[in-house]
Ligand binder design. Sequence first.
Ligand code: 5AD
Ligand code: SF4
Length: 481
Amino acid sequence: MPQLLYLETVGCQMNVLDSEMVVASLRRHGYELVEDPSAADTILFNTCSVRQHAEEKVYSALGKLRRLKQKHPEKIIGVLGCMAQKDQQLIFERAPYVDLIVGPGQLSQTADLIERVRQGDGRQAALSLGRRDGSTESIRRSHETFDPLRDPEMRPTPFQAYLRIQIGCDKFCTYCVVPMTRGPEQGRPPEEILAEARLLADQGCKEITLLGQTVNSYRYRDGERTTTLADLLYKIHDIDGLMRLKFVTNYPKDMSRELLQAVRDLPKCSTYLHVPLQSGSNQVLQRMKRGYTVEDYREMMQRIRDWLPGAAVSSDFIVGFSGETDEDFEGTVQMVRECRFKNSFIFKYSVRSGTKAAERLPDDVPEEVKRRRNHQLLALQDAISEEDNQRMLGQTVEVLVEGPSKAAEKSGADGPILQLTGRTMCDRIVVFDGSLRLVGELLPVRVADCTAHTLIGQVVTGHAGPELHALDVLASSPVRV
Ligand code: 5AD
Ligand code: SF4
């Protein structure tokens, strides 16, 4: 009898990838995935600590399992990922029926730890060393990855995959818990990354997104030779079968000319760049210890516009960080206006224990003000996104078809034609009607309508077939978006 496994993932792309690895490993141990936690023998949460809200969701989901565990003590409940590393024993205190906690650097041990619980060895915890709990080398070693275990069935789509090129982060922005939960920045060896990219292409993968907390800071030193992200892009680009290459998340200071040139030279490389600015005020950036000024970011934007005139740039912002005044926030508003991001992810500042900001900077912007600034910035960004999408009307874009749209899934539509969703080279979401057979194809779609977040179109029939286009608009067109 197979063991039945339920796994819920919260958080970023790193977590989605980690969950793929955990499932691949557990499948090898005879586990089968189920969608209903109450039907599972083992219930796991892969968690996120970046904001309080993400943690509360998990504690509330755990709370709902209390009764189930009372009735079925043989069921195993585990907390994986960043919350395990950050909260450690606190998880056992808040939810005493949790059987195992596993940090992001220890996930390869998950199958063994579950087995130990099953055999009656009691609660299990596997965590990496804290950033002050050992020598640099021992801390590094305690954060392992086990990336080559790829499982196409666990990916959102089998023809799109994440590929980790870097773990951890050394930037220590004062608000951020990631350097503590994911440990020191370490680049994976280029040969490993290339072998994995080839494996993914052999599995039918058409689009690879390279992942790192500061992906463009990637460096791997081997004797005299240093490999950068640009070097990796040139190498991965040669792999047959791959059609699109993306990378996230970028750190503004490391957006080098060399990297922008690689993106310009390589047609499979997406001209979509996610480069979080976080704030448009130098005072706030300084308190965040982001390591750049608004002027530096502006210069970087100019560099992107010079090298990649049609690129789509997106950003993250934190509103209501310690000491943020109306004037500071106005600086952020100005930067959103000026930079015309494709989209922005906007968050209210959330104090994270263990960070410099939690220790030294008061959380002094009232919740109401954070909320108001959040809404205001979001409304501005949405207006810009919609205006930019309007400029796409009548244009033909190339879409990698991902599957039924959210609306089609919600309505349970299962006729021969349903609403499908996909993305353009520059990461714009497109919905259009078509048959499920189109999933995984690269198709030309003419844009007929739009909202701030979505282009709505029709498939153009009689097209010569997929070609490579680094920008979104297929036909030569005066409009570059
Ligand atoms: N509070 C709010 N947002 C945060 N982020 C990171 N830490 C915090 C925090 N403590 C945001 C940043 C980052 C994104 C992934 O999450 O904008 O870029
Ligand atoms: Fe966190 Fe800053 Fe590292 Fe990004 S660069 S993961 S915000 S510490």
